[in-house]
Design a protein around this ligand. Sequence first.
Ligand code: HXC
Length: 259
Amino acid sequence: MEYSFLKIESKDGICIMKVSAPKSLNALNSTILKEIDDFVSNLDINDVRVLIITGDGEKAFVAGADIAEMANLNEQQGYEFSKLGALAFRRIETLEIPVIAAVNGFCLGGGCELAMACDIRIASSKAKFGQPEVGLGITPGFSGTYRLAKLVGQGYAKEMIFTGKVIKADEALRIGLVNAVYEPEELMGKAMEMAQVIKEKAPLALQYAKECINESYDLYADGAIELENKDFGRCFATEDQKEGMAAFLEKRKPNFVGK
Ligand code: HXC
């Protein structure tokens, strides 16, 4: 499949997948989600030992799901949109090889959800993280409620999701959302260095170790992910979702009424 929004480079067992939608800071539309799903599903793990995911350009990893595409969805379409991303991201999480997110800039909403589906996250000092969804009248989706709480604990996950606050890379490091922070120009080199170290290890042992860690954490994954897909869809039956997204697109503050 030819990809319109992914740039792929693969060499000596290490593959880099860049999300590339420069006009919208790499925001994830349904075509990109299908491309990610297709790419991950068809990755030849005999050839690729480590996958690195990053964003194209200097400003953003991924600034979220595409608000312009989501603005006019109904409940069923909202559910399906969440499910599309959730399935693609679950494929990343359960891919037989290690996946490193190199977070090079804005990592918001669906972007943070993509990074959290990766095994390891490292970030540029310029990266910014957040789950701004409730400010748009929606819940996080793509399994963000589930994975954020697992990674940083319920208390901090709830604070991030309820306030929608954006945190800097050093704070993301402090709470365990990322493993390390580097200067922007060093980031990809450091990701490659880590990938090189991992690449030399025994592939099956890596695969089984990843499976063991995932399985012990993921006992409730499918139920939690499906609940979130449904609740994400329910938001699209509310006036607040229409108002929240219209406000973003019209570059004004939303006025939420709780309906
Ligand atoms: C669509 C987006 C976008 C997004 C940015 N753009 N983020 N378009 N969806 N998520 C577009 C802007 O509209 C703008 O287009 C262009 O990218 C550049 O963005 P600016 O806002 O002009 O840049 P800046 O002032 O630097 O602000 C950067 C920003 C801001 C702070 C990242 O763009 C922003 O707040 N974006 C939205 C972040 C967000 O709310 N993400 C969560 C989305 S919901 P124009 O045409 O004006 O140049 C989500 C749900 C996931 O992710 C779950 C789904 C199931």
